[in-house]
Design a protein around this ligand. Structure first.
Ligand code: PA5
Ligand code: NI
Length: 186
């Protein structure tokens, strides 16, 4: 008799994968030079503090295939600015992506190449289409870990350079306990 295979499991409360071949990438305070508006404040924090890490399933490295990974972003601030991912365009700008909020509270910053930046709230169960030609960054505005599952084309690639020095027009601050979206250069 035939039996059906055992798939990989994901814990939907945390985004942790139960699989043999999970790859991990850690991003620490020292890796985030120039990302926060107050870089002196960032430098004053422990350089080996892990701001976020990504766990990824192994994917075939060929056109048409998809990556699947969960980002775990710690709660915290650099001065008054909430912890966030570096953020990127895809090298192949036309490639889109999906994010799925699993736990915690945050904001997804979306920056189209030729249109104003906009945001979406991220929470357990939120679904986010990241369109073509749109840079994206997660911000943790809560008190707990923010975890989001992502699915994106293997050929997309990451382009971190095009956003420097201040390609994201919106920054997210804690102003007296309130989440404040602030547009740069206004
Ligand atoms: O593919 C994605 O967009 C995510 O998996 C990100 O790579 C992840 O959130 C880490 O962010 P960044 O690549 O901007 O450091
Ligand atoms: Ni991406």
């Amino acid at each position: 008799t035939a039996s059906s295979g055992l798939p990989v499991r994901v814990d939907l409360l945390t985004g942790h994968f139960d699989a043999i071949n999970v790859q991990h990438k850690s991003t620490c305070m020292r890796d985030l030079q120039g990302v926060f508006s107050d870089d002196a404040a960032r430098k004053a924090l422990p350089e080996d503090f892990e701001v976020y890490h990504v766990e990824m399933l192994a994917s075939p490295q060929q056109e048409g295939e998809l990556h699947t990974g969960t980002t775990h972003l710690m709660p915290g601030k650099v001065a008054d600015e909430f912890f966030m991912t570096r953020g990127h365009f895809h090298q192949r700008r036309e490639q889109a992506e999906f994010y799925f909020g699993l736990r915690g509270e945050g904001i997804l910053l979306l920056q189209p190449e030729n249109a104003p930046a906009y945001t979406e709230q991220v929470f357990a169960g939120s679904v986010h289409h990241i369109p073509s030609f749109t840079a994206h960054r997660l911000v943790n505005t809560g008190h707990d870990v923010l975890s989001a599952l992502a699915v994106w084309p293997v050929i997309a690639g990451h382009d971190y350079q095009s956003l420097q020095p201040d390609g994201f027009r919106i920054r997210v601050f804690d102003r007296d306990g309130k989440v404040s979206l602030e547009v740069a250069g206004v």
